[in-house]
Ligand binder design. Structure first.
Ligand code: NDP
Ligand code: MG
Length: 384
């Protein structure tokens, strides 16, 4: 039985992964959360993991008391996440924490030669070169969980004929503000931004979808995962989120993956790869949809797509700066400290402040991330 470690098991991806685990009976060796002690206690009692990690120390202390009657060890802090992925019993790690905190555990999992299912896209955006090199050195294949990247991976048919590919067509739902003008966007509130038309996700990625930063991050993620150039990626707005992404081959044959918008499909494919088996989701009825629509994205109104494309073209730590600035700006927006479109300006400016470097270490990634966040905090306070 495959033994899993699920990082971020109390989140949107984490809980859906546990639905897949319930259906297929994988073993659960490790789980992690930030501070949600109640839910972690329930998960420990249901899945009997060898160890769990609560990133916050006080939460770890609380959990230790609550589950003292079980045999589960409770780790804490970021180091605890790394210890968890190195567990000898673990065959595979699903990294579904939110944000840059996922970087160290991603590297630790690769170094320990664990199979890695990756939902935590910020990790690839910030440290793509280092992550891919570490994967290559250790002979580990990274299995994408993000629905678009899973669709691309599936459309590649398991092998990697990327040199036979003209382009990747990356689909985007367009989020709740599709069709809005810049003026209308300036007025939106977090309650509006938190309502996604098709997907039920954590707060941060829901805001990223509304700002279309999510698609910019995914463009960078695709460059690293599939070894294509940024110019080979076309973003197409597809409101129904049924066509999850496509590939145009050299002969202009276009192959895509379709399905209902339910993350359990790509999560399960990563966990069972290369096998396919029935999944606890609804079936796609094309006739119920009747028609599917496709549009060019409005990059004038949603400029973060351009910011991200420029960041990955410049290379080095520009994507890391864009990602760090975005994490900070989204945090401030969720605290009602800045307006929605301020996210656009702050992320673009912080990205441009980054210095050009070719090679980088983990420490340099963390420094660039910190500087971008700092830029956003100071300029948000000054400007608004
Ligand atoms: P959620 O916010 O729903 O869950 C985040 C998880 O990470 C929770 O378990 C949370 O614990 C934990 N966490 C939060 N902050 C920290 C921290 N500082 N240190 C360690 N753990 C932390 O996020 P999602 O599940 O929506 O997203 C997870 C990742 O998957 C993101 O990178 C996202 O971009 C990606 N993704 C998500 C999709 C989705 O449909 N949700 C689709 C495609 C990609 P706690 O509950 O204790 O706060
Ligand atoms: Mg996605």
């Amino acid at each position: 039985m495959k033994q899993l470690v699920i990082l971020g098991s109390t989140g949107s991806i984490g809980t859906q992964a546990l639905d897949v685990v319930r259906k297929h009976g994988f073993g659960v060796t490790g789980l992690s959360a930030h501070s949600n002690v109640q839910q972690m206690e329930r998960q420990v009692r249901e899945f009997h993991p060898h160890a769990v990690c609560m990133v916050r120390e006080d939460a770890a202390k609380d959990l230790r008391q609550r589950i003292a009657d079980t045999g589960t060890q409770v780790l804490s802090g970021e180091e605890g996440l790394c210890e968890l992925v190195r567990l000898e019993q673990a065959d595979m790690v699903l990294n579904s924490v939110i944000g840059m905190v996922g970087l160290r555990p991603t590297l630790a999992a690769l170094e320990a030669k664990k199979q890695l299912a990756l939902a935590n896209k910020e990790t690839l955006v910030a440290g793509g070169k280092l992550v891919m090199e570490t994967a290559r050195k250790n002979g580990v294949k990274i299995l994408p969980v993000d629905s678009e990247h899973s669709a691309i991976f599936q459309s590649l048919g398991g092998h990697n004929p990327i040199n036979r590919v003209n382009k990747i067509i990356l689909t985007a739902s367009g989020g709740p503000f599709f069709g809005y003008t810049s003026e209308q966007l300036r007025q939106v509130k977090k309650e509006d931004a938190l309502k996604h038309p098709n997907w039920d996700m954590g707060a941060k990625i829901t805001i990223d979808s509304a700002s279309m930063m999510n698609k910019g991050l995914e463009l960078i993620e695709a460059v690293w995962l599939f070894g294509v150039r940024p110019e080979q990626i076309e973003i197409v707005v597809h409101r129904e989120s049924v066509v999850h992404s496509l590939i145009e081959y050299e002969d202009y044959s276009v192959i895509g993956q379709l399905g209902v918008p339910d993350m359990k499909i790509p999560i399960q494919y990563a966990l069972t790869y290369p096998e396919r088996t029935s999944c606890p989701v609804g079936r796609l009825s094309l006739t119920e949809y009747g028609k599917l629509t496709f549009y060019s994205p409005d990059e004038q109104t949603f400029p973060l797509i351009r910011t991200c494309r420029e960041a990955i073209k410049r290379g080095g730590l520009f994507p890391c700066a864009a990602n760090g600035a975005n994490e900070e700006a989204v945090r401030l927006f969720l605290q009602d400290k800045i307006g929605f479109t301020d996210i656009f300006t702050l992320v673009d400016e912080a990205m441009r402040k980054q210095k050009q470097v070719e090679e980088y270490t983990l420490e340099e990634i963390l420094e660039a991330d910190k500087a971008a966040r700092e830029y956003v905090r100071t300029h948000a306070a000054k400007k608004f």
